[in-house]
Design a protein around this ligand. Structure first.
Ligand SMILES: [Zn+2]
Length: 248
């Protein structure tokens, strides 16, 4: 899956798909943030998909979930025929924590408290039942700030909410290229997801064509090691479990 600031241009969408094909990927979901939804160009997406028929193309959206604004998005997901809706948390109690400009804001936080509040928000996102997938489930580690307590312990409550709400999570490879230096979620969180029987999807969170499918083979291998044998894909908001290969 990838974000697609490039979704307006048939040539750049084609580049995403050709990269995916080179990497042996057979299905790609494009999901931009809800606030870019006006820039979706479905004609470009369709035209590019027709040029690369070996790839199944799915359309999604990533919604920025904020506590207390559960019913609001800049554009409702119902405005499109979507294959999947990702719910993600980028903001805790008014603190947008994942931008380069966020760094000074960390001074004001106790990191353990921040993790607790992040996962409480994530649990609410799951409970809202508006989402098919919870995006980058432990992105609170993005800048490498680690709690004194157990990070997976703080995640536990949210993972149970995710399971109870029957939502999938994504393994998002992008975290490896951030100060956190590892996939979202970390292996121990993923192991807990497997114990709880939470379905997974694989995402490279690609913002540029060359990053489509980056490390997805590694993510698949990790999931396989943890015990997963199936991976979720989505069509028209229905979850379809497919065999997970540890080889691409
Ligand atoms: Zn996100």
């Amino acid at each position: 899956m990838g974000h697609a600031e490039y979704l307006h241009d048939v040539d750049s969408v084609t580049e995403f798909l050709l990269t995916a094909r080179r990497r042996g990927i057979t299905e790609v979901g494009f999901a931009d943030h809800d606030y870019y939804a006006d820039q979706f160009n479905l004609d470009a997406l369709r035209a590019a998909a027709a040029r690369v028929p070996q790839i199944r193309v799915r359309l999604g959206i990533e919604i920025d979930f904020q506590l207390g604004r559960a019913g609001e998005t800049r554009r409702p997901e119902s405005a499109f025929t979507l294959d999947f809706v990702i719910g993600s948390v980028h903001e805790v109690d008014g603190f947008v924590f994942d931008m380069p400009t966020s760094l000074p804001g960390y001074q004001a936080w106790d990191i353990d408290e921040l993790y607790q509040r992040y996962y409480a928000t994530l649990a609410e996102a799951a409970r809202s039942r508006r989402f098919d997938i919870i995006g980058h489930p432990d992105v609170i580690k993005v800048f490498g700030f680690r709690p004194k307590g157990s990070a997976s312990g703080y995640a536990e409550h949210a993972l149970r909410a995710i399971k109870a709400s029957d939502v999938a999570i994504e393994i998002n490879t992008n975290g490896r290229y951030k100060p956190a230096g590892e996939f979202y979620p970390a292996r121990d969180v993923l192991e807990r997801c497997f114990d709880l029987d939470i379905p997974i999807t694989l995402s490279s969170d690609a913002h540029a064509p060359e990053n489509v499918g980056r490390d997805v083979a590694l993510a698949a291998q990790l999931a396989y090691e943890v015990g997963y044998r199936r991976v979720a894909t989505f069509a028209n908001r229905k979850r379809i479990l497919q065999p997970l290969s540890n080889k691409y």
